[in-house]
Ligand binder design. Structure first.
Ligand SMILES: Nc1nc2c(c(=O)[nH]1)N[C@H]1C(S)=C(S)[C@@H](COP(=O)(O)OP(=O)(O)OC[C@H]3O[C@@H](n4cnc5c(=O)[nH]c(N)nc54)[C@H](O)[C@@H]3O)O[C@H]1N2
Ligand SMILES: Nc1nc2c(c(=O)[nH]1)N[C@H]1C(S)=C(S)[C@@H](COP(=O)(O)OP(=O)(O)OC[C@H]3O[C@@H](n4cnc5c(=O)[nH]c(N)nc54)[C@H](O)[C@@H]3O)O[C@H]1N2
Ligand code: SF4
Ligand SMILES: [Mo]
Length: 718
């Protein structure tokens, strides 16, 4: 079969100056962006000013987008592995060769395991209609997003309590009086719009309570900082609820009408007094009471952010769920200054984009991870990735033979690299589709280079919101190398698998026009501004019309999903022992200038990337004989590495903190190689440890050992 070039979108490469609308591709937030193209070359990137919330702003990573495109240290053609997995010997292949190879291996997998033996994971987000369609067209239920180590617990907690994802909660920060954040590091782990909205609200006088064992930059913007013990926020929330109920400072009218299970709640928090929580969290009872005094006068304009990831431990789901319950007590849902519930186009009498998934028959086979069946609280539309790896390893409940990681780097994103490699080793086919050499790609059988976001177009997408919008990522420039856009790659694999109809489009414009059928929006309109709002002004649903999409129509403290799963609706808090001696709870986070593992090899971001250091509390450091700036050895399982100690009281004594995204091993990505260590490799034994209700990996239960590095290494450091 002849894999022709993917056609460029209209206008690409034409002489003169053009403005092209895109979505930034430098992290998964995908901010709306405006690209200036001069004589076929991208010369300037900025936020899309047609989206007032972002204006012309981008973050440092976004501004480094031109450097990603200009970088030669990325796969330039498809590559097929020679040698052993991970050995790093490759041969260049044509697209035809690589795609034929993949199709042949997929056929082998289907013969051995059936269609369900094929799985794909991606980053999730606005373009999943494409990947879900691809997997479904192949006859497999096994699509996964990356949320097992990101928002899985938070998403599933919201689903079990409100009936929709936390992403459906849009804070009206300009009118909020008090924002409570559990390790949600808005300033550094940023989304440009949210960070701008937050800063504007802070300058207007919004109060912020920031709770984190580590004082991040967001703590610096807060009016109250609580250095909570690692993984103890659930105890804190149970005590907050206790105190709020005791004083009856909650929105009774809202609760009576919209909340199911107040009796269960009262029972669960009966003994969780402010004094009870103090030894668990380290927060004095008096401080907790002072906080409740304050918010009692600010209701309903007090928002408890349910987190993006929250800390990831075996009770994270309940941290998030109790934050959502606190919001219900504040009565802050669907009111000005509260959380506005995101609306789909249909709310405003408009029509959604046609979903590509409607072009393929539904798959009825149960998912390999049990999501939605044996695990009712795990959303089957996103899955729980570690259980895919468990199935690869054990063949239970059924075998998995082929796995495609698209825009996803599990060897960086999942804990315990060695355990994950053992599962991947069982595969007949491992494919990585990426714009750069990621760890998973280097371990794969085939690397398919996707064109970077500036060099390609994506399917159209829509975002629900106070006002829902349609968004376009148009192609700005022609690809520099022999790369292809995802829609074309998946179409070509399906064609080879006899599933031509699913994505039977010759050009991206043809695909877009199909998506837009009946919506009243045109490709030309989207090309004009990149973003088309589907209503003139946001509307708030009046209280008498408000219903939650749960089985009862209410906010379910008494959750039907948890009951179906046989899990307690509000289990007792599980106390944790403090690690002592050389043992520390390993916490991690991100700097504002890097996105996970994907940015450190970017020529510009590499220059400004902070040095990775281990944060240690002065008391614990002194006990180990470590001074600020000394080299220490940090180890977890068989993996260890050496870093400088950053000795500071702004980290809880029980914890050690590291930036994520370092310690890459791919030799041809030379700028990232040799910089820092990989926190995921320290998370020994955590691949199959997870929160049973939320499903997310228990990453922050990792215990590492720290000791001073030998004297001769200290001298190198000094
Ligand atoms: N130990 C530890 N583990 C973690 C975290 C942590 O802090 N510590 N963070 C967790 C979190 S919150 C998340 S979200 C995950 C993130 O994990 P991932 O989703 O794997 O990470 P990303 O870096 O967002 O992107 C994955 C891959 O997509 C590639 N990519 C970028 N743009 C494109 C594109 O346009 N096309 C294609 N095909 N590929 C592209 C990148 O090069 C990268 O290799 O990791 C999680 N795991
Ligand atoms: N610059 C940049 N921005 C990003 C990303 C990126 O890679 N780079 N990634 C995006 C993605 S995918 C995500 S998911 C978000 C993540 O956004 P956040 O959820 O804000 O994530 P982190 O940066 O991991 O920050 C986690 C914080 O939680 C704290 N923490 C650890 N344990 C506990 C605990 O037990 N209790 C409390 N209260 N806090 C704890 C850590 O000390 C750390 O400061 O960021 C997004 N924005
Ligand atoms: S947050 Fe920064 S890197 Fe991420 S999409 Fe927005 S501008 Fe790009
Ligand atoms: Mo994430």
């Amino acid at each position: 079969m002849n894999a022709a070039m993917a056609p460029n979108a209209q206008g690409v490469g034409t002489p003169g100056r053009r403005t092209v609308y895109s979505l930034c591709g430098m992290c998964a937030v995908r901010c709306p962006m405006e690209v200036t193209v001069e004589d076929g070359r991208a010369t300037w990137l900025q936020g899309n000013p047609h989206d007032v919330a972002i204006g012309a702003s981008l973050c440092a990573k976004g501004a480094a987008g031109l450097a990603l495109e200009a970088d030669d240290e990325r796969p330039q053609t498809p590559l097929i592995r020679l040698g052993e997995r991970g050995e790093g010997r490759w041969r260049r292949a044509s697209w035809d060769e690589a795609l034929d190879y993949i199709a042949e291996k997929l056929q082998e997998t289907m013969a051995e395991h059936g269609s369900r033996g094929i799985a794909l994971s991606d980053r999730g987000g606005p373009f999943v209609d494409l990947t879900r369609t691809f997997v479904t067209a192949l006859g497999s239920p096994n699509y996964f997003n990356h949320d097992a180590t990101c928002g899985g617990n938070v998403h599933n907690a919201a689903r079990a309590t409100y009936g929709f994802s936390h992403a459906g909660l849009i804070p009206d920060l300009m009118r909020t009086k008090h924002l409570v954040l559990y390790g949600r590091n808005i300033i550094e782990s940023l989304m440009v719009k949210e960070a701008k909205g937050f800063m504007a609200a802070v300058s207007r006088g919004m109060r912020v309570t920031y709770i984190d064992p580590r004082a991040s930059k967001t703590a610096c913007k807060a009016s109250r900082y609580w250095q909570v013990r690692p993984n103890s926020d659930y105890a804190l929330n149970l005590a907050l609820i206790h105190e709020i109920l005791k004083r009856e400072c909650y929105d009774k009218a809202f609760v009576d009408r919209f909340v199911l299970g107040m009796d269960v709640l009262r029972k669960a928090v009966k003994d969780s007094t402010p004094e009870w929580q103090a030894p668990h969290t380290g927060i004095p009872a008096a401080e907790l009471r002072a906080f409740v005094d304050e918010i009692a006068g600010q209701m309903p304009h007090v928002l408890f952010n349910p987190g993006w990831m929250t800390a990831r431990h075996k009770q994270s789901f309940q941290v998030s769920r109790t934050a959502l319950i606190l919001n219900a007590l504040m009565g802050n849902l669907e009111c000005p200054g509260g959380y506005i519930i995101a609306k789909p186009p249909e709310y405003y009498g408009r029509k959604s984009l046609q979903a590509l998934t409607t072009r393929v028959p539904k798959v009825t086979e149960p998912r390999v991870d049990g999501a939605g069946t044996t695990r009712p609280t795990w959303d089957p539309s996103i899955g729980m990735l570690h259980q895919l790896f468990a199935a690869m390893e054990t063949g239970q409940p059924y075998g998995i033979g082929a796995y495609i990681a698209y825009r996803h780097d599990p060897l960086t994103a999942m804990p315990d690299t060695e355990a994950l490699k053992r599962a991947l080793d069982k595969l007949n086919l491992l494919v990585s589709i990426d714009v750069r050499y990621c760890e998973t790609g280097w371990y794969a059988d085939v690397i398919l280079p996707e064109s970077t976001y500036l060099e390609r177009a994506n399917i159209l997408t829509q975002l629900p919101g106070p006002v829902p919008v349609m968004l376009m990522r148009d192609q700005a420039v022609a690809p520099r190398f022999d790369s292809r856009p995802a829609w074309w790659i998946f179409r070509e694999i399906l064609r080879r698998m006899g599933q031509k109809e699913a994505l039977d489009f010759e050009t991206i414009e043809e695909l877009w026009n199909w998506q837009l059928e009946g919506t009243g929006v045109t490709v030309a309109e989207l090309r004009e501004t990149g973003i088309v709002p589907l209503a003139e002004v946001p509307r708030i649903t009046p209280r008498d019309k408000l219903r939650f999409p749960t089985p009862s129509g209410k906010i379910e403290i008494d959750s039907s999903l948890l009951a179906a799963a046989g899990l307690p609706v509000l289990p007792p808090y599980e106390p944790r022992e403090a690690p002592t001696g050389d043992a520390f709870t390993l916490l991690f986070g991100r700097p504002p200038t890097l996105a996970h593992g994907q940015s450190l090899n970017n020529p510009l971001l590499n220059e400004i990337a902070p040095e990775q250091q281990v944060w240690l509390h002065p008391e614990r450091a002194a006990a180990l004989g470590v001074r600020d700036g000394d080299m220490v050895e940090i180890s977890g399982g068989a993996y260890s590495g050496r870093l400088k100690a950053h000795v500071t009281p702004w980290i809880h004594p029980e914890a050690a903190f590291l930036l994520h995204g370092y310690g890459a091993t791919v030799p041809v990505a030379t700028r990232a190689l040799g910089r820092g260590i990989a926190d995921q490799r320290l998370q020994h034994g955590k691949l199959y440890e997870f929160d049973p209700a939320g499903g997310g990996n228990a990453l922050t239960e990792t215990i590492v050992r720290i000791r001073p590095a030998p004297e001769h290494e200290q001298e190198v450091a000094r």
